[in-house]
Design a protein around this ligand. Structure first.
Ligand code: CMP
Length: 144
């Protein structure tokens, strides 16, 4: 089924100049980037986006980190892409992420795991709506 996922490159990815490499992986896989926005996340948006973690001990650090510098928010589209992108991203703890995954190849620390991706169709819908207006999502065809 055609799906859209919300994917966000975290501050480290941008500061370490890894944006292009990470973006290329999604393009090379055949997924379609349909929206991209570089932005500073406000504390309110960060708290809402990560609302499910609000009771966790790392919540304040997470909000502080994700608001500390620019992020690259994206919508990526493709056939069953939500679970595919999670597979490409790898485990939350980069030390447990398989080599060949984005976190497995580029990160060492759970708090600095360089990328976020929606974990379900419900999260994808919620997260896309938090970050993008419908009019910011581009509908374009790909040549065969
Ligand atoms: P992400 O996929 O963006 O979703 C929640 C984030 O919380 C997660 O990636 C991590 O970057 C961050 N985090 C920090 N500490 C922890 C932890 N102990 N367990 C899970 N997530 C953590």
């Amino acid at each position: 089924m055609m799906e859209k996922s919300f994917v966000m490159m975290k501050p480290d990815t941008i500061q370490r100049r890894l944006m292009g490499k990470v973006l290329s992986r999604f393009e090379e896989k055949g997924l379609q980037i349909v929206a991209v926005k570089m932005m500073h996340i406000s504390p309110g948006l960060a708290q809402e986006h990560y609302g499910e973690h609000c009771e966790r001990p790392f919540f304040n650090d997470l909000v502080e980190y994700i608001t500390s510098s620019a992020v690259l928010a994206m919508v990526i589209q493709g056939d069953d892409c939500i679970s595919m992108i999670r597979k490409m991203v790898g485990a939350t703890n980069p030390k447990e992420a398989d080599l060949g995954t984005i976190r497995g190849d580029y990160a060492l620390d759970t708090g600095r795991n360089i990328i976020h991706a929606s974990d379900s169709p419900q999260s994808a819908e919620r997260e896309i709506a938090l970050f993008f207006q419908d009019s910011e999502i581009c509908d374009y065809s790909m040549p065969d």
